[in-house]
Ligand binder design. Structure first.
Ligand SMILES: C[C@@]1(CC(=O)O)C2=NC(=C\c3[nH]c(c(CCC(=O)O)c3CC(=O)O)Cc3[nH]c(c(CC(=O)O)c3CCC(=O)O)/C=C3\N/C(=C\2)[C@@H](CCC(=O)O)[C@]3(C)CC(=O)O)/[C@H]1CCC(=O)O
Ligand SMILES: NC(=O)c1ccc[n+]([C@@H]2O[C@H](COP(=O)([O-])OP(=O)(O)OC[C@H]3O[C@@H](n4cnc5c(N)ncnc54)[C@H](O)[C@@H]3O)[C@@H](O)[C@H]2O)c1
Length: 160
């Protein structure tokens, strides 16, 4: 089955991240500056979270924690807990179980940002390491100059 790529406007939307370790941090960092209302549920929080704006619920996961969340990340190191998160989610909630593809409703791509230019790379889950490698190649190919290039094109387009 093909996966469908999309750009989400997350300002003001609740996003729940269950787990507070390295992987939870990586998913939270990817949400920085989207305006999402990020809630992290975990009895421990990785020190890098200090640089991010998130609400921390210092506790173990319970189903009520994901109520109203549009996106849900199950990112604990306990596969059974991650499965409970998937089971607690309503049909309309998009869940990424970071330890188990079969239970996920979406995956996160590897991303290069150059201002408004966004390059997202996915292998549809086949190989996250390859997605990262292709991202690194794109980082070389599309340098910081593209921040200005995309601005220029945007400006030209408005003149029409
Ligand atoms: C792209 C990136 C985005 C991000 O995380 O922000 C991302 N994984 C990254 C890196 C990475 N992940 C893993 C390794 C170790 C090498 C390896 O195992 O290959 C490395 C490499 C590294 O860390 O160097 C391990 C791993 N990943 C998943 C599983 C579980 C499974 O496959 O079932 C396991 C085994 C866990 C275990 O051992 O238990 C699952 C997923 N990882 C995804 C995304 C989604 C599919 C993306 C796609 O392919 O399209 C998906 C399906 C769900 C999701 O996480 O959304 C990010 C690159 C960051 C960057 O840009 O630098
Ligand atoms: N998708 C990916 O990109 C990817 C990559 C590597 C690993 N993984 C998976 O992610 C998992 C987590 O890895 P990590 O490096 O972040 O682990 P980690 O040990 O750094 O963090 C685990 C976190 O889970 C929290 N936790 C444990 N039980 C909990 C509970 N009941 N409720 C709430 N929080 C709870 C802990 O407090 C801790 O903060 C791994 O076990 C692996 O399966 C995914």
């Amino acid at each position: 089955m093909k996966l469908y790529p999309i750009m989400l406007k997350l300002a003001g939307k609740k996003v729940a991240i269950v787990g507070g370790g390295a992987i939870a941090y990586r998913k939270a960092a990817g949400l920085a500056e989207t305006g999402a209302d990020i809630v992290v549920i975990s009895p421990q929080l990785h020190e890098s979270f200090a640089a991010l704006s998130v609400s921390w619920r210092n506790k173990r996961f319970e189903p009520e924690d994901i109520t109203g969340a549009h996106l849900v990340f199950a990112a604990t190191d306990d596969a059974a807990v991650n499965r409970q998160v998937a089971e607690a989610a309503a049909d309309w909630q998009w869940v990424d179980v970071t330890s188990e593809q079969e239970l996920s409703a979406f995956y996160v791509p590897a991303v290069v940002r150059r201002g408004d230019l966004v390059l997202a790379v996915s292998t549809s889950g086949a190989s996250p390491a390859l997605a990262k490698r292709v991202k690194q190649e794109l980082e070389q190919q599309y340098g910081e100059e593209y921040v200005q290039i995309v601005q220029h094109y945007k400006h030209e387009r408005k003149k029409r």
